[in-house]
Design a protein around this ligand. Sequence first.
Ligand code: FES
Length: 347
Amino acid sequence: MSINQADLTASRPVSASARNSGEHVLGTGPLELLVSRVEDLTPRIRKFELKSPRGAVLPLWTPGAHIEVPVALATGLETRCYSLMGDCELRDVYEIAVLRHEEGRGGSRFVHGGYREGMRLRCAYPSNHFELIPNRAPCVLIAGGVGITPIRAMAIALERHGTAFVLHYAARSPRETAFMQDLGDRFGTKVRFWHSEGDCPNRLDVASILRAVPITANVYVCGPPGLIQDVSDTAVGLGMPRSNIRSEMFAPAGPAARDHAFEVLLARSHTRVQISADETILDGVLAAGVVAEFGCRAGQCGACAVTVLEGEVDHRDTTLSDDERIVDRRACICVSRAKGTRLVLDL
Ligand code: FES
């Protein structure tokens, strides 16, 4: 998935701007949408339907796309990206589903608590960094938790076009499995549910799943970082071409317990920033008063990418290509870190 670059800016003041009749609209994006329906899918995942306030046809999108929506945090107005999860041929509604992250920076908590039916939002246009590969090879779709959202849209499109696929969906328990009935009804034996908790746990076994499909299959995975790593390492280990493996992370690959502190030198700003083990480069840069662009803060949009002048990067984004990382020396500073003790950035 990708993000609409037009609206990727640093934190802005909260602006509930008035438009036309003086109604309040949250956000500054070019696409105005109305929250038309709110529904709980699981205890922690809430679905939101978004429509044109004037009943207009919505801009086109493709499976794997996301939309960037506004969230009002104590620090100002920010945006968050959520995958579109419905049928891309339905042109009057966008559907997103949001997992409430208690430990996150507050975006999902704001959406859960703040988005109400009738509320107007100014969003970015849909954008896609997680597209289906345009061929008829059989597909393996793997979703972890709320990572089902783009995968569901992909499955609907593949089914419509008659492309062979299997969908594996891992969640903690049936209660935490969004769309269980819907997916079963739509796709029958093409969908398989895996639950790590409950009376009869049956854990997702990535190796068995990938061994059972042709080596030329297209593999799509969306979920937490560990699942994505497992799928990509296993697929590559089985000889599947890297170019056939596409992924999207639904949770920010933020600092982990194994991370270490390092120093970042901002060459253009002549600023030296110490990044602690539990802080991102982006947060350190912003705290130092240096202006930096960003969008998703999750390694998905590329808005925060900067050129690395010196040092080795531990890349954790899911948006930059190998060429962008190796040839252009770009790095997404919202999630990526230094492998060593120092990075020099063109910032
Ligand atoms: S802000 Fe989106 S990749 Fe960093």
